[in-house]
Design a protein around this ligand. Structure first.
Ligand code: PLP
Length: 306
């Protein structure tokens, strides 16, 4: 019998995370008691979408923007959500409240729902919905990140459009695994033309002679942090250029940093064995980090949990 191989309990693996209250298809339950159908196409085919959101000191940063992107992802994959943005945002806030979380990462997952076997989504009549919130430190830690370039290509726009934050992250997972096997923190993924797309979970920025450059969105998720950072950099008087970028642009940059909700603003210290900057946040990155940290706590786009 295979039982022994499955003896590892949620509790052992996840500790306190298994005790959190999660919202699953209409009601709250403990994470360890949550049930998802084995016929859900989200599980069978990775057919679904998600959002990653952050709360800071009792307020959710850019909640509406994240939920709007979720609705756009749904539309792009031909899925109609049977609820509105306001209802969804209420459940997000309720999830944080029930778990008494002031600082957390929130994951909103929408699956294609239960359906007959076979990739056709036609028999899936009701999308599944899972919302969970949990403590989550910055994804890449505090030290400057060491990156490699992955041989796994970001396939957008030939495959799934990069604007769709889909439940199918296998390309990114494999790229991350390459980085881990190489003893690095993360990987840069290139698009089909060899230009920089993004990392496995964040957008890329370079500071070159005082100006800020970031790859266009052909093969990169339109990150909400990316958009925020572009806006605040412009307000600070920096020139920001969105253009196709090569690895060479990054190798010779004065500063490179990554942006993402889970990642926040992460300093890059090394790419493919080349040292970047002074192995600590450069002047431009430091300034943007400071302003961003204020903005996520007390800016105009914060929804209080109350
Ligand atoms: C592949 C990828 N790129 C970029 C980002 C950054 O997007 P955002 O700033 O909206 O979190 C994410 C975030 O989850 C991501 O998964």
């Amino acid at each position: 019998m295979l039982d022994a191989h499955f003896a590892l309990q949620d509790q052992k693996l996840l500790g306190d995370l298994s005790q959190l209250e999660v919202f699953v298809n209409g009601s709250f339950c403990r994470a360890e008691d949550a049930k998802i159908s084995v016929w859900d196409h989200g599980l069978l085919y990775g057919d679904g979408i998600f959002e990653g959101i952050r709360a800071y000191q009792g307020g959710v940063f850019k909640l509406n923007a994240h939920l709007e992107r979720l609705f756009e992802s749904a539309k792009a994959i031909g899925m109609t959500l049977p609820y509105g943005l306001k209802e969804l945002s209420e459940v997000v806030l309720e999830t944080l409240k029930r778990n008494q979380l002031q600082d957390a990462h929130v994951r909103v997952l929408v699956t294609r729902g239960i359906g007959k076997p076979g990739v056709s989504p036609v028999s899936c009549v009701q999308p599944g919905l899972v919302i969970m919130a949990y403590p989550f430190p910055p994804l890449l830690g505090e030290k400057p990140a060491r990156l490699i370039t992955s041989s796994v290509q970001r396939k957008a726009p030939h495959s799934v459009d990069a604007r769709v934050k889909s439940l199918n992250y296998l390309d990114n997972v494999l790229a991350k695994l390459q980085a881990i096997c190489a003893g690095m923190d993360d990987a840069i993924m290139l698009d089909s033309t060899g230009c920089i797309a993004e990392t496995t979970g964040a957008n890329v920025f370079a500071v070159i002679r005082g100006s800020i450059h970031t790859p266009t969105l052909t093969a990169a998720l339109p990150g909400i942090t990316r958009h925020t950072v572009i806006q605040l950099a412009k307000e600070e008087g920096y020139s920001v250029t969105e253009r196709p970028m090569t690895l060479g642009d990054l190798y010779v940059a004065d500063e490179v940093f990554l942006t993402g909700t889970a990642t926040e603003i992460a300093v890059v210290g090394e790419i493919d064995g080349r040292k970047i900057g002074e192995e600590k946040a450069g002047p431009v990155t430091s300034k943007l980090i400071r302003i961003y940290q204020d903005l996520v706590i007390s800016g105009p786009d914060v929804t209080r949990i109350v």
